[in-house]
Design a protein around this ligand. Sequence first.
Ligand SMILES: Nc1ncnc2c1ncn2[C@@H]1O[C@H](COP(=O)(O)OP(=O)(O)OP(=O)(O)O)[C@@H](O)[C@H]1O
Ligand SMILES: [Mg+2]
Length: 270
Amino acid sequence: MTNDQLRHPSAGDHLPVDAPIRGSAPKETPLFELRNIQKRYGSFVALKDMDFYINRNEVIGLLGDNGAGKSTLVKMISGINPPTSGEIYVNGKRTEFRRRSDSEAAGIETIYQDIALVDSMSITRNIFMGREIVNKWGFMDHQKMEETAADILGSAVQISGIDDPRKEVGFLSGGQKQAVAIARAVHFKRNILLLDEPTSALSVRETEHLLGYVRNLKQEGTSSVLVTHNLYHAYMVCDRFVVMSHGTKVFEAEKKDTTIEELTDHVIRT
Ligand SMILES: Nc1ncnc2c1ncn2[C@@H]1O[C@H](COP(=O)(O)OP(=O)(O)OP(=O)(O)O)[C@@H](O)[C@H]1O
Ligand SMILES: [Mg+2]
């Protein structure tokens, strides 16, 4: 098969012929797809000619140097950063992603790089913010939420020192805050989990636990997109890699068709 045939059909049309992107066409209708996306902040072009898809049962490594546009893309998939132009498909159906509720409806949860927690609220309130558990009279069921919070804090990343979900987030360490953000996303995820540098504040043990968890999620039917600067972590858990540079995709390959050396080369070359 030639590189051209391997290319995602929507990926290469606008590219110069002498710059083919090696990649893989989706084998089935993707769970989620972005086509020909542009994102401008004023006159600054943060994403251009960007194509990206997420299949069922896969873990994608989204790689690239600082400022490549990875977080911009993640926020777009999570609905909080609508594209300036381009198309979005969920299960092959054209749709608009204009606000967080659009991605929530599609079963997408995100662990953001710039962790969005409210310091003055408890761990439990942070986890259930906007999705509170209510009792049959419509009042918040604090006990149920606290029990659930305690439960899920131990699920994805076993982090030490979080003993009471009523504790204010402002008193937690960076790693503990990251664990709360992870626990929240993991609890509500259904189809897709986006992880934007989720291990930056975690210890080696916690990182291993989270990466193992992402692998297991695949078995349970949740696909993940892992953004990381650690290519070893990415290589350990991902099935496919997309490398971005200057707001666009510069390389794409399935794990079986690439190596850490080749990925490193593409990340640092650009
Ligand atoms: N709200 C914004 N307004 C203006 N420019 C922005 C905004 N958000 C991001 N950018 C710019 O878009 C570019 C891509 O940023 P982005 O955060 O997506 O990079 P990244 O690949 O996630 O980088 P890193 O690895 O450092 O997290 C950067 O040049 C950044 O300055
Ligand atoms: Mg980023």
